[in-house]
Ligand binder design. Structure first.
Ligand code: PHB
Length: 374
């Protein structure tokens, strides 16, 4: 039976099962990767067991919060890492809890690049990037706290190979922690995005200039990670249209399309793109731009994210614009989001003031379920 316009509401497209290569998903509602800044001392914490398991459904797909790949990767306080054995051990009980409830859990591998500060770097060194130009943006991720970013240090050609290797090792660590796969964070103005975007990347070696050169480091990371853990366990998140962290491109369509086509060579599991309407980090803006050309070009699973609600999520899947939809703020405030979407139930409202506090409960695990005993 095909899903007609009238009965679409009764069989929401988001609730249809989906086979993502070897993973059998029971629905299309993905937990988006979200930094929660509650991982003290760069270690995933026991309170994350409850947070992630609250958001787990049998056959549901979850992407963990950004996890630093090396000691130069962190850009904020209290984000988890995945480069030391202690960090791997810290993730294990969290991953186990998600698996006990039948979830599929990927680790997001992150390097902040120049979106960092000397205070997070070994020996107080400057953060690393493709460039030595600092970020000019004046606020941090919460959109309120003032930020002043230091000038980064431009990586040498040789050092870039070492950073590729850091991603490879981090992917190996993620598998050791029990994750089902990894998502390479290539979005939102962090290191990989800094290489991709022509308003930041001012290199004159083989990692700068042409589209091919700017995409070289990101694709080397993809290749190394896929080689390490298998392409069918690797996804990547990209935001060609966004300019978060002062990271914009003069031709985002061409950039997104080039990446989508190039990723096919590695046969990775999925490509996860942020909608063009999320030009800035917080609110949607009207735009004529679309991810459809990239969706059509990429041969694997296509995930979209950025300001979706139930109706729009159903629509994008029903119309073939995406296979899966990642929800951030709504999933944060509604741990039982798939159930609520199924019932078309009222949603809890998110509280932006508690997104990035360090409280292990408030704004984290205290959002109510529809059914108090799920
Ligand atoms: C993001 O992708 O916007 C992001 C990543 C890591 C953070 C915060 C935000 O710690």
């Amino acid at each position: 039976m095909t899903i007609s316009e009238e009965n679409m509401d009764f069989i929401p497209a988001l609730l249809a099962p989906y086979k993502m290569s070897n993973f059998s998903l029971s629905h299309r509602i993905v937990l988006a990767p979200m930094s929660r800044l509650r991982s003290y001392n760069f270690l995933a914490q026991p309170h994350a067991i409850l947070y992630y398991s609250q958001r787990t459904t049998q056959g549901g797909f979850l992407i963990g919060e950004a996890s630093g790949v090396s000691e130069t990767a962190q850009g904020y306080l209290n984000t988890p890492g995945i480069w030391t054995q202690q960090q791997v051990e810290a993730w294990k009980p969290i991953v186990d809890a998600v698996h006990k409830k039948g979830g599929i859990f990927f680790c997001q591998l992150w390097h902040a690049g120049r979106a960092s500060d000397n205070c997070f770097q070994p020996d107080g060194q400057p953060p690393i990037s493709c460039t030595d130009k600092p970020i000019q943006a004046k606020t941090h991720i919460d959109g309120v706290t003032e930020a002043s970013f230091p000038a980064p240090r431009r990586l040498t050609t040789h050092e870039i190979t070492q950073v590729v290797n850091d991603f490879r090792k981090a992917a190996r660590n993620a598998m050791q922690a029990g994750f089902d796969g990894v998502e390479i964070h290539g979005a939102n103005g962090y290191l990989i995005d800094q290489f991709l975007k022509d308003q930041v990347n001012d290199r004159t070696d083989e990692y700068g200039g042409s589209l091919e050169n700017r995409c070289r480091f990101p694709l080397q990371v993809v290749e190394a990670v896929a080689d390490e853990i298998g392409a069918d366990r690797v996804g990547i998140r990209l935001s060609p249209f966004a300019d978060y962290n002062d990271c914009a491109d003069s031709n985002p369509e061409a950039l997104g399309l080039y990446m989508a086509q190039s990723l096919n060579k590695y046969g990775i599991l999925y490509c996860h793109m942020i909608e063009p309407r999320m030009i800035t980090q917080f609110e949607s803006q009207k735009t004529k731009n679309s991810l459809l050309p990239m969706r059509k070009a990429f041969k694997g699973t296509f995930i979209v994210a950025g300001g979706y609600n139930r109706e729009e999520g159903n629509e994008v899947v029903a119309k073939g614009g995406a296979d899966l939809v990642a929800f951030g703020r709504l999933f944060l405030a509604n741990p039982d989001l798939p159930r609520r979407f199924e019932l078309n139930a009222v949603l809890n409202k998110y509280d932006r003031n508690t997104f990035y506090t360090q409280n292990p409960v408030v704004g984290y695990t205290d959002y109510p379920f529809l059914d108090p005993t799920p």
